[in-house]
Design a protein around this ligand. Sequence first.
Ligand SMILES: [Zn+2]
Ligand SMILES: [Zn+2]
Length: 295
Amino acid sequence: MKSVACGEDGGGLEAKTSCGHILTSRESNEGLFRNQIERDKLFEITKRFLAFAATFSLSFGNIIMNKLGLMQPNFFKVTHSYPSSIISCIHNAPPHGAAEVSRITSLVNESTTSRVLKDVHLSTQLLDGFLDLAEDNTSKDLETCGVLGAFLKEGTYYVTTLIIPKQDSTSSTCQAVNEEEIFAIQNEQSLFPVGWIHTHPSQSCFMSSVDLHTQYSYQVMVPEAVAIVMAPTDTSRSYGYFRLSDPDGMKIVRECQETGFHTHSEPLNGASIYEDCSNIYLNPNLRLEIFDLRH
Ligand SMILES: [Zn+2]
Ligand SMILES: [Zn+2]
């Protein structure tokens, strides 16, 4: 169909369809409108089909590749689960505020954030489970990093998944490789990337400038994103739950073009560039699944 210019009254103009039928502009506008709806519907159906096909082919492909022995044996497989999947279920997370759930308050400073953040529940097994899996690296003074996946239920994030990607580490850095494997698990399970966890095997518990940039990339996606730092040799503080202050810390890192280790100016108003989280809860009933993709 030819495109038509629409007059003020919506009538009086004509257009010819490809089969020669003459339409008034009102008719052709209605036709265009219907076509638009149909196109939108078609687009939506196509999108759903492609998403389904991608999921299906991924799962099916995994089965085939596993059968053929072509795949890392634990790719997409839960390698650790706390507590046993028999006695707990992620969808039966206890209601917010249950007596067993403890809020992290001991080390929390006054938050500078002006935004109201959703609560984030973590399994009480998360820190120890991660530290156990990091132990080999830690003993060699190498960092280990992992990604936290959460589902959102009634305004609360529940971290149910820890993904430990293939990674390159030094004593002060850790870089995930094959990141598409992380995204595949997150997509497959519809998880929000609510943060990350890493060790400082020989350094103290703090956020390096590189850590701040990594945290920015999480926090810009999910404002509740948390950076958990585990420093087993720091006798004054062995772990911390950190975030960039918002807006001050976020602005400084957003505008920083530097890479590698560097210094950041502190916010002019006396605030810190990063702070302790005040919205983290430890939940003993929350199931935790770990995908260790390193081996
Ligand atoms: Zn670090
Ligand atoms: Zn920077």
